[in-house]
Design a protein around this ligand. Structure first.
Ligand code: FE
Ligand code: FE
Ligand code: ZN
Length: 276
């Protein structure tokens, strides 16, 4: 299985690969810049090449980069939105240094403008930024529906995808805590939920999983991640998730509240529970 966690990008690309190996990981997530936004560091080509070599040697799966939280493609304030779009554009250029990987982002918060308007604005930004030659697949993350988050249902993600011209550059990252909090019963009805995903979005769009337990009961719309097996999903449901035929080949990224040792232990546990 491909499993990893979020890794700090502060020491560069090769350092992230080495840190992933220490955790027993063979994929990882990283923020393309400070998660709160701001300017990204210059990319060191040699450093990137060392990571690419390491990934090849250790048969890594695809990486799942994460956009900064401050990126809101449907912000109501024009300066926030234009800043977000330029950040996104810059990230797309930077991702070409590690070609063929994933870039995951929160579709956005419509901040009172309404989901319909948010969806329009997000699609418009994607149409502005995505380009034919890019080798990165951009993943819309399924959201918990906290506040005015867009992407709280499979339908909302579908509506975004439908409006994007280069839709072959788009995929979906399924966050298990978020969809549970959003109301999808992946504990007792995993097959039905995935069938619904297939009917509405298409399972061929599903490219990565954020594997998190949840501190809250289903449909809470809270988005509080819990350690694997210690929340409302529980270890049995998580075992079914990682072994489900529609999911088991995907990169699983942990975003659980852990330190390095905690991640190492969770990765080891999940590998033991994985049948592949
Ligand atoms: Fe996220
Ligand atoms: Fe997530
Ligand atoms: Zn979350």
């Amino acid at each position: 299985m491909y499993i990893g966690a979020h890794i700090s990008a502060s020491k560069g690309f090769e350092a992230m690969g080495k840190q992933a190996l220490k955790l027993g990981a063979n994929t990882f997530a990283f923020f393309t810049r400070n998660p709160r936004g701001g300017k990204a560091k210059e990319i060191d080509r040699e450093d990137v090449d060392k990571l690419l070599t390491l990934m090849q040697e250790h048969q890594f799966g695809k990486l799942v980069a994460h956009a900064p939280y401050t990126m809101n493609l449907c912000a109501a304030k024009e300066n926030v939105r234009s800043f977000s779009i330029e950040m996104f554009r810059d990230d797309m250029q930077r991702m070409e240094y590690v070609p063929g990987n994933y870039y995951n982002f929160h579709p956005g918060s419509h901040v009172g403008q309404g989901a319909e308007k948010g969806i329009e604005m997000i699609a418009e930004a994607l149409n502005d930024v995505l380009f034919e030659q890019q080798q990165t697949t951009v993943l819309l993350e399924t959201m918990a529906g906290k506040g005015s988050e867009v992407g709280r249902s499979f339908q909302e993600l579908r509506q975004i995808i439908d409006r994007v011209e280069l839709d072959e550059k788009l995929g979906v990252c399924l966050d298990t805590c978020h969809i549970w909090d959003g109301g999808y019963d992946i504990v007792d009805h995993l097959d039905d939920v995935l069938q619904e995903f297939d009917d509405i979005i298409g399972l061929d769009r599903l490219k990565a999983v954020h594997l998190n337990d949840s501190m809250n009961p289903r449909e809470a719309h809270k988005d509080r991640h819990e350690k694997i097996g210690q929340g409302h999903l529980g270890i049995e449901a998580i075992t079914r998730i990682i072994n489900h035929p529609a999911l088991k080949e995907l990169p699983f990224i942990l975003e659980t509240p852990n330190d390095d040792e905690g991640y190492r232990a969770e990765i080891a546990l999940l590998r033991k529970l994985s049948e592949s």
